[in-house]
Ligand binder design. Structure first.
Ligand code: GDP
Ligand code: MG
Length: 196
């Protein structure tokens, strides 16, 4: 945890892959925080009856700029590395993003989940097997999602935070009870204008 007692998680991946949409899909009720630079979304999950505070950092369109990288990655326990399954180019760039995460990460054994987003689209350029193979080779987690339809979005976060807690033995982890996210259940219809 960082000094504020929150577990920091960052979003990474090419522009247009759906990072901001995934954050919105995690909690559609929150208001838009339109800034240029970095958007920070505060989220709470419940584990064994205790709340865990998350701080989810989104690049807010600054993917191209390296200058923000150092402070962006600092103290992050988890990374959500997103590509678009309908855009092979975004998948090809995943390796470079992974290098960047590892280069700037300050937390040992940072947990990374590779996310193939937009599975609601018919046009698929990257197979599930390709994503899975890359994840296995690099010893990171893997899941496919649709931010638009909120498919597997909460599951993605559960998987990531669960691994962070087991990896880092964060003090809030008590027993082997299943983690439960204190959020609206999925799938749910996309709410217009609602986001974080
Ligand atoms: P970012 O640049 O990575 O933050 O990507 P955005 O969240 O801004 O999304 C880029 C575009 O992809 C937007 O037009 C989104 O509506 C669209 N998008 C994001 N996620 C999905 C998804 O799961 N399915 C589909 N069909 N479109 C998506
Ligand atoms: Mg964005």
């Amino acid at each position: 945890m960082n000094s504020s007692g929150r577990v920091k998680i960052i979003l990474a991946g090419e522009s247009g892959t759906g990072k901001s949409s995934l954050v919105k899909a995690i909690n559609p009720g929150k208001n838009v925080n339109v800034t240029i630079g970095i958007d920070i979304c505060l989220e709470k999950i419940t584990l064994n009856g205790r709340d865990i505070s998350l701080e989810i950092w989104d690049t807010a369109g600054q993917e191209r700029y390296q200058s923000f990288a150092q402070s962006y990655y600092r103290d992050a326990y988890g990374a959500i590395l997103v590509y678009d399954i309908s855009d092979r180019r975004s998948f090809i760039r995943v390796g470079s993003w992974l290098n960047q995460i590892k280069m700037f990460s300050t937390v040992e054994d940072m947990v990374i989940i590779l996310v193939g987003n937009k599975i609601d689209l018919d046009v698929r350029e990257v197979s599930r097997e390709e994503g899975l193979t890359f994840a296995k080779q690099n010893n990171i987690l893997f899941i496919e999602t649709s931010a638009d339809e909120r498919t597997f979005v909460v599951h993605m976060l559960e998987k990531l935070v669960g691994k962070i807690l087991t990896t880092h033995h964060v003090s809030i982890k008590k027993s082997s009870e299943t983690m439960r996210l204190k959020m609206s259940p999925e799938p749910a219809k996309k709410k217009s204008g609602g986001c974080c």
